[in-house]
Design a protein around this ligand. Sequence first.
Ligand SMILES: *[C@@H]1O[C@H](CO)[C@@H](O)[C@H](O)[C@H]1NC(C)=O
Ligand SMILES: *[C@@H]1O[C@H](CO)[C@@H](O)[C@H](O)[C@H]1NC(C)=O
Ligand SMILES: *[C@@H]1O[C@H](CO)[C@@H](O)[C@H](O)[C@H]1NC(C)=O
Ligand SMILES: *[C@@H]1O[C@H](CO)[C@@H](O)[C@H](O)[C@H]1NC(C)=O
Ligand SMILES: *[C@@H]1O[C@H](CO)[C@@H](O)[C@H](O)[C@H]1NC(C)=O
Ligand SMILES: *[C@@H]1O[C@H](CO)[C@@H](O)[C@H](O)[C@H]1NC(C)=O
Ligand SMILES: [Fe+2]
Length: 467
Amino acid sequence: MNSLPSLVLAFLVIVLQVLDSAVICNGGKTSTYVRKVEKTVDMPLDSDVFGVPPGYNAPQQVHLTQGDHVGKAVIVSWVTEDEPGSSTVVYWSENSKEKKKAKGKFNIYRFFNYTSGFIHHCTIRNLEYNTKYYYVVGVDHTMRKFWFTTPPGVGPNVPYTFGLIGDLGQSFDSNRTLTHYEQNPVKGEAVLFVGDLSYADNYPNHDNVRWDTWGRFTERVVAYQPWIWTAGNHEIDFAPEIGETEPFKPYMHRYHVPYQASNSTAPFWYSIKRASAYIIVLSSYSAYGKYTPQYKWLEEELPKVNRSETPWLIVLMHSPWYNSYNYHYMEGETMRVMYEPWFVQYKVDVVFAGHVHAYERTERISNIAYNIVNGLCTPVKDQSAPVYITIGDGGNIEGLANNMTEPQPAYSAYREASFGHAIFDIKNKTHAYYSWHRNHDGYAVEADSMWFFNRYWHPVDESSASQ
Ligand SMILES: *[C@@H]1O[C@H](CO)[C@@H](O)[C@H](O)[C@H]1NC(C)=O
Ligand SMILES: *[C@@H]1O[C@H](CO)[C@@H](O)[C@H](O)[C@H]1NC(C)=O
Ligand SMILES: *[C@@H]1O[C@H](CO)[C@@H](O)[C@H](O)[C@H]1NC(C)=O
Ligand SMILES: *[C@@H]1O[C@H](CO)[C@@H](O)[C@H](O)[C@H]1NC(C)=O
Ligand SMILES: *[C@@H]1O[C@H](CO)[C@@H](O)[C@H](O)[C@H]1NC(C)=O
Ligand SMILES: *[C@@H]1O[C@H](CO)[C@@H](O)[C@H](O)[C@H]1NC(C)=O
Ligand SMILES: [Fe+2]
């Protein structure tokens, strides 16, 4: 007699579960995880992470980025405070004890009443692929030694693991994000950084001392692996009220990128190949309309991507095109209107952006049919379109974006207002495993994940395979 009601109950539970998952499939998921509300504050100047290395004129703020188009060169950058010292890098491969030298250059810049240290940039070229190198900067008693590993040669089935960090800043939360990236059991080999580095511009007169502290804070990772830089709005440092009218001045002096190797005419948009990935970096804060240098470059760039050589086509930009938070809402819209048809035509696999201080992943959708008069202005499912991921959740001082547009748009697959980082783990030319890790979990926990199927080689709908 008891079994009938319980059967009905079980049936109801199943119906409800089916309904529930149907809702999740159609409308996307807003995570129920609610982060403990606490203020995001910058680490004070005397924090351990900002410590100046000991010794007279010791090189500090050491950082690496790719130095050519294919991954056989590295740009090593660092700052000396007392005098220029040497711009030479001494390096040797793990397999050979023969020490080589590469000569760089240094520059300084002034910003209002701040004068930078001596900022050195040295490109080491003709490296072997897939090789560990040691390198030394500085002279005599203040030499500092680091190492990096070059990527495998460019090719279609080369596995490679990228980390993803955006809008990092230098708060206690930023330090947690960096630590979680370091401690993630899946080791990122290079970071795709989607813009907004130091947030020095939040300080009076854009206190550029906070660019130096950021350089010292991040050194523990970026001196050992390249970070691929994207310019965000906090890199603009446009402050006419204090006489600073040259946009991107501190960023351009401190963070060099190999833009000439992709025939770009400015460091804000460029491309690199790395293992099986082709990475295009765009600038949300440089002109991108028709006839502009960035437009012309991208128009010529996309047809050059050879998916037989680099199956994975990844785009980085700062301001997201698809963002269902009530922050920076539609700021990426004008660039989307310009470039989205190309992204669909060339089957971009994934677009990573930052800017919004939260996390969001979209379905594969496009919104390119609209022509002013036809009324077709709703994003539609599109298997040639990229997945758009907003990963502006590095933890900067401005805090989290937690106000979302309701209801969640159908294009939005997952969204959550937490700090974290992600890993894009390319397995071969058809499969890549993506995971997002929130700072409040243990290092290995995946709060969101998805198997990416390559759009060129395996353009199968993954949304059923995603969680
Ligand atoms: C720059 O100016 C600000 C505001 O007047 C002042 O607080 C700061 O000490 C000055 N910094 C330097 C390096 O002179
Ligand atoms: C930053 O994180 C590192 C590594 O977890 C830790 O050793 C350090 O004490 C932290 N510093 C601050 C200021 O939170
Ligand atoms: C850049 O332009 C030169 C000259 O037109 C060409 O030889 C080279 O292949 C181009 N490089 C890239 C990466 O497109
Ligand atoms: C594309 O790359 C493949 C593999 O490296 C190569 O065989 C082919 O010639 C390239 N195609 C073009 C048009 O360069
Ligand atoms: C969330 O954003 C909406 C739209 O901008 C605004 O009307 C609303 O007041 C915000 N809610 C909160 C709690 O800030
Ligand atoms: C590519 O990687 C996926 C995931 O590891 C695997 O299932 C698949 O068999 C691989 N494809 C090839 C051709 O090895
Ligand atoms: Fe931003």
